[in-house]
Design a protein. Sequence first.
Length: 314
Amino acid sequence: MKVSRRSTLIAAPVLAGLVGCSKVSEEGADYPTDDLRLIIQADPGGGSDLSSRALAKEMESELGVSVVPENMPGAAGAIAMEYVGEQPADGYVIGFCPVEIAMLNTTQNADVLPENYTFIGQIMLAPGVISVAADSPYATLEDLIEAGASEALTVGTAGAGSIWEAATLGVNSQAGTQFSPVPYDGGAPAVAAAAAGETDAAVSGAGEAIAQGDSVRILGIMHDETMPDLPDTPTFAEAIGEDIQFGGWGGIYTAADLPQGVLATLEAAVRTAVESDSYQEFQENAGNLVVHKDAEEFTTFVQKQFEEFQELLG
């Protein structure tokens, strides 16, 4: 999927007299002169890590310096997010921003708030799906929702506080089901458990369910349109008339109050990287969608998500 090359820059607040350890002028005219660190809130090998590394490689060509990935897992991502927010606002420490950045203040009381950050751009989306074992009695999403409305069904998720647990609770709220989330160590293990009959269903990213092959039946997509990899799988709106949308989105962010010139440089580098053929091919092969939002759009989107998750999970 190609993305628009349109870009709208936001006027990020510029603090007079930035902290002495900042490496750039307020205008950011000399940025970048050193390598960047890209903080990843998850272990190596997962979706966040691989997306970050694919993007970093393309950003290097645009910036002319190295963008060095650095894994900093722990506390469902809160350790990395709090760390990024505490760094000088000079653009030399950036991070992969997962959907949980809009959730952790509510689910874990972490010091992770939208105002702590400058959001540079969204880079991908893993739409949520709900799947069951290939031999499950639930042949359609309507069958599963109808059963879940009359009895408690178990649904595997990526763990407590994860986007897929939130999505499961969101289905309960919007569709009137009684799904009981069962935590696993990631979306892929949750889908594998459903395939093995340990749970009635699983909510995960589309790519994680697709990777299970014929062992699962994917019943519905939590997105506003069907996916190229799942042309015969309906959206929730198409199948049951409820527009239920949840996804594991990701983007790039840094500390609050980034100078406008630095923001413009990073925003352009992220946009160019997302538009590159190699990055788009990577996300397509991973079963994800290439979705780009510029800094202004992404900032508004994260704030809206933060408010929605406060209402759903609070």
